[in-house]
Write a protein that binds this ligand. Structure first.
Ligand SMILES: *Cc1c(COP(=O)(O)O)cnc(C)c1O
Length: 374
């Protein structure tokens, strides 16, 4: 039985008429840049995320760049972030001229360890990026306290976590500023690239983001600062507005699938994700853990079961960051996670029989390896 990791065709089939009509609407209006669909989506995502402001931009990567610039990160500043995340979290720090300072994660949640953040702060530290990995928030209260104490901005990289919650607060609304990605594989994915920056309260901060996304011009052709061309496409916004209406139902489907996996793996050697009671986990990924990960991958490939490693190499181990200053702390939990984690299909349209098949196959394989060396 072939089971893909994600099936966007199955999703499109359920919303085809709505999406096609929305696209046609934009084509008929021919208002392609920052038109009414972008404006409406910004209002809807702001409300969904418990924020007053939302600013559409070209990608999740650009959302991070705009956020870093808007909170005042400058060349030479240090920005603390987990080493176990998607590349963009660090690439953007580098690209604004700042220095990424990598810290370790918590073994159980794969999110940044607040105690590690505290140890990494220096007089040059300007901001901390909390990544809400796989769809669950980082320990944000702890991070907020640390950032308040040291007067640092807290940027939420919520690219994988739109709609996830920390003690009832939505991802993106907790720190200084939040970033979403609409890459097609995210829970709210466009049909192309897209992203958004959200700001809970601070109007001046939101205005800086708006300025930066259109070359820093206000009014048009008068440039106070040097910005970017990073706008959310009107066509993508129209598609995303359709999808946002379905997001909570899709999230419920992901949560149901995750709960079923948890049940099927219970008592086995398969390490299951820890969903904390004070969080709302939205399962952008359902990530298991086993020391026999690489052997399992070979077996899944042969069986036709979709899977992916997020992420096989930590950021401090990347060739492009080989020349960063050395650290006095270890990144051992991140390195262990990079060796042992594996994402399984959890998308909402996943048929129950496929999920049962995946779970049975994985459980039997991992059980057969129990006790043998990794
Ligand atoms: C996807 C992702 C990004 C980047 O988003 P793009 O829209 O692909 O640029 C940034 N950070 C994390 C954690 C991501 O998962």
């Amino acid at each position: 039985m072939n089971v893909p990791l994600l099936d966007l065709k199955a999703q499109y089939a359920t919303i085809k008429d709505e999406v096609n009509a929305a696209v046609q609407g934009v084509l008929d209006k021919t208002q392609f840049i920052l038109g009414p669909e972008v404006k409406a989506l910004e209002a809807e995502v702001a409300e969904y995320s418990q924020c007053r402001h939302a600013i559409g931009c070209a990608s999740g990567t650009d959302a991070l760049i705009l956020a870093l610039r808007a909170v005042g990160v400058e060349p030479g500043d240090e920005v603390i972030l987990p080493t176990f995340t998607f590349f963009a979290t660090a690439g953007t720090v580098h690209n604004v001229g700042a220095v990424p300072v990598f810290v370790d994660i918590d073994r159980a949640t794969y999110n940044m360890d607040p105690a590690a953040v505290e140890k990494a702060i220096t007089p040059k530290t300007r901001a901390v990026i909390a990544v809400h990995l796989y769809g669950q928030c980082a320990e944000t209260d702890e991070l907020l306290k640390i950032c308040a104490r040291h007067k640092l901005a807290l940027i939420e990289d919520a690219a994988q976590s739109i709609g996830s919650e920390y003690k009832g607060k939505r991802a993106g609304s907790i720190g200084t500023i939040g970033c979403f990605s609409f890459f097609p594989s995210k829970n709210l994915g466009g049909m192309g690239d897209g992203g958004m920056v959200v700001v809970r309260e601070d109007e001046a901060l939101a205005d800086r983001v708006r300025l930066l996304r259109s070359h820093g011009a206000k009014p048009k052709y008068y440039h106070k600062i040097v910005g970017y061309n990073s706008r959310l496409d009107e066509l993508q916004a129209a598609i995303l507005r359709v999808k946002l209406r379905h997001l909570d139902a899709w999230t419920a489907g992901r949560q149901k699938n995750a709960a079923r996996y948890d049940e099927l793996f219970k008592g086995s050697e398969v390490g299951t994700p820890l969903a904390l009671p004070h969080m709302r986990h939205i399962y952008n990924q359902y990530v298991i853990r086993t020391p026999h990960r690489d052997a399992l991958i070979a077996a899944l490939k042969a069986e036709g079961i979709g899977h992916e490693v997020y992420y096989p190499l930590c950021l401090h181990q990347q060739e492009c960051f080989a020349n960063l200053p050395s650290r006095s702390w270890t990144l051992a939990e991140s390195e262990a996670a990079a060796r042992e984690v594996l994402a399984l299909p959890v998308y909402p349209e996943l048929p129950a029989a496929s999920l049962e098949h995946v779970a049975k196959f994985v459980k039997e394989f991992v059980t057969s390896k129990a006790g043998s060396p990794a």
